[in-house]
Ligand binder design. Structure first.
Ligand SMILES: Nc1nc2c(c(=O)[nH]1)N[C@H]1C(S)=C(S)[C@@H](COP(=O)(O)O)O[C@H]1N2
Ligand SMILES: [Mo]
Length: 507
């Protein structure tokens, strides 16, 4: 053996730091709350018995958490160095160390409150970085070991690769920090905002049918489905936001955030739905939106006769084309600034998005909206329409069974079935349930404040012992009954009846 331990340990440490840097940057760019290392620290806190934790706090004061993170990093450095030295003996031994550390990271991020599968991504990125960088560094050392005559040349290669890795890791971590800091700052601005005319209301009691397991009529912001094409969500300070309305108008309008929120507000309950929602799916939610009516804004601009649509553009360059008619008729199409009485969450379009009752999100609900061009459908094509989705996207009537779940075992006898149904801007007149192909039975409906929201429904049916098939359909206030014809979400929304299979047995 011609090489000594230090370069091998250094290779391990550098690879480890590079992995920490990329996983940290990935967490920041994906706007995950914290890096995997902090998640591990939080895991340690969660697993620490109360008495020990109290002792640590009393000894270390408010430095207990930084001390914990530093402690974990020091331990990690030890493991990194160890993995490096192990590489002297075999290529796979260090991988077991990397894999074990990544496994710990995975456990930490996935056992967090409100954990999301995406939280695993930074750990995977870190693991891949470890393995790649480590094998690059150790290759040089191994060549050196085999060919002592090349020692000085290979040593130079190693030092160069090591230097590049160190600089690149630092750069990646700083870049991640930068992105993360921007988001944190916007999050603080958002929390401190008090928007005049935005009120907080609970859902009217009558909207609930009182059946546990049915989606709450008001969807909390943190449970609201999320759909967009961005990886890093745009982080826009309110004072940096402005909206330009232009195109086929006599007078263009440029609005700053403070000018927008100074205008009179409208507040309404509106159910948003995604065109990609499958029959029975969860890409739908209901919130109370506060904002400025688009009809009022647009009516003062002298819109040309030939205009029939508005091309909306978001800060991140996403677009959609919305019929002018739905933005100027009596419905509450708005530039929303608040969701359920709070400033819009960043991922739902902070500081301003559009919300249009009755249309799928892909043709109407632009998050982080910054530009509205009054134009014609002949000229304007939105992002999803260029990818084959329909230019027009009125929400189709739909209904869903939330309880019981398909595959559930229930007790034979009276069984409560319930769920939600929606047909935004038309309204739901009735919901009907069919058991085993029998007659359609009318469900009880919650009472909703407008035709723009979903309704909860519930019905108790008598189920004898055995397997059963239960399906649901809605009837709109226009008299149309939901079709049973099965169609895919593309190009303009799925159709078909949500059907569940359950089995009833004697207790
Ligand atoms: N900027 C931007 N806005 C967007 C999208 C997007 O990809 N980018 N997706 C749209 C789609 S397809 C839907 S269904 C809704 C979803 O809104 P939510 O994520 O607040 O539920 O946002 C719409 N607005
Ligand atoms: Mo969507």
């Amino acid at each position: 053996m011609t090489t000594h331990r230090p370069p091998w340990a250094l290779a391990g440490v550098l690879a480890g730091l590079a992995g920490l840097a990329t996983s940290y940057a990935a967490a920041m760019v994906l706007t995950i709350r914290e890096s995997p290392v902090v998640a591990v620290a939080e895991l340690v806190i969660r697993l620490t018995p109360g008495a020990v934790a109290e002792r640590a706090i009393s000894v270390l004061g408010h430095l207990d958490k930084p001390a914990l993170v530093v402690g974990i990093v020091v331990l990690l450095l030890g493991c990194f160095a160890g993995a490096g030295v192990l590489a002297r003996r075999s290529w796979w031994l260090p991988i077991t160390v990397w894999a074990a550390l990544a496994g710990l990271g995975l456990v930490a991020v996935l056992t967090q409150r409100g954990a999301d599968p995406v939280d695993a991504l930074p750990v995977v990125v870190g693991l891949m970085t470890w393995i790649t960088v480590h094998s690059a560094l150790t290759d040089a050392l191994r060549r050196e070991q085999r060919r002592p005559d090349l020692e000085s040349r290979e040593r130079r290669v190693f030092v160069m690769v090591a230097g590049v890795v160190a600089v690149a890791s630092l750069g990646i971590a700083v870049a991640g920090r930068f992105v993360g800091a921007g988001r944190r700052h916007v999050e603080v601005s958002r929390r401190l905002l008090r928007i005049p005319g935005v009120t907080r209301r609970q859902a009217p009691a009558a909207t609930s049918v009182g059946l546990p397991g049915v989606a709450p009529w008001q969807t909390p912001n943190e449970d609201f489905y999320l759909i967009d094409t961005t990886i890093a969500k745009p982080t826009i300070e309110p004072e940096d936001w402005s909206l330009r309305i232009h195109g086929l108008v006599e007078r263009e309008l440029e609005l700053t955030y403070s000018e927008l929120v100074a205008r009179p507000k409208t507040e309404s309950w509106i159910t948003l739905a995604c065109v990609s929602n499958e029959v029975g799916g969860g890409l739908v939610g209901n919130a109370r939106w506060s904002g400025v009516r688009l009809a009022t804004l647009l009516s003062g601009l002298g819109i040309s006769e030939e205009a029939d649509c508005v091309l909306q553009t978001s800060h991140d360059g996403w677009t959609c084309a919305t019929p002018l008619e739905v933005l100027t008729d009596e419905r509450d199409a708005m530039l929303a600034v608040a969701m359920n009485g709070r400033p819009l969450p960043i991922e739902h379009g902070f500081p301003v998005r559009t919300v249009v009752p009755g249309l799928y999100g892909y043709v109407s609900a632009t998050k982080w909206v910054v530009d509205l061009e009054v134009t014609t459908f002949a000229k304007a094509v939105g992002y999803w329409t260029t990818k084959g989705w329909s230019a027009e996207g009125p929400v189709k009537i739909a209904s869903r069974i939330d309880v019981p779940r398909s595959g559930d075992d229930v007790e034979a006898g009276p069984v409560s079935i319930g769920g939600v149904a929606w047909h935004q801007h038309t309204g739901i007149a009735a919901v009907e349930v069919q058991v085993d192909g029998g007659p359609w039975q009318r469900a009880e409906l919650g009472t909703v404040p407008s035709v723009d929201t979903w309704v909860q429904w519930a019905l108790t049916v008598d189920l004898p012992e055995g397997d059963h098939e239960v399906r649901v359909r809605a009837v709109g206030r226009d008299g149309d009954t939901q079709t049973g014809v099965v169609r895919d979400p593309a190009p303009d929304g799925a159709t078909g009846l949500h059907t569940i299979e359950i089995s009833a047995s004697q207790s």
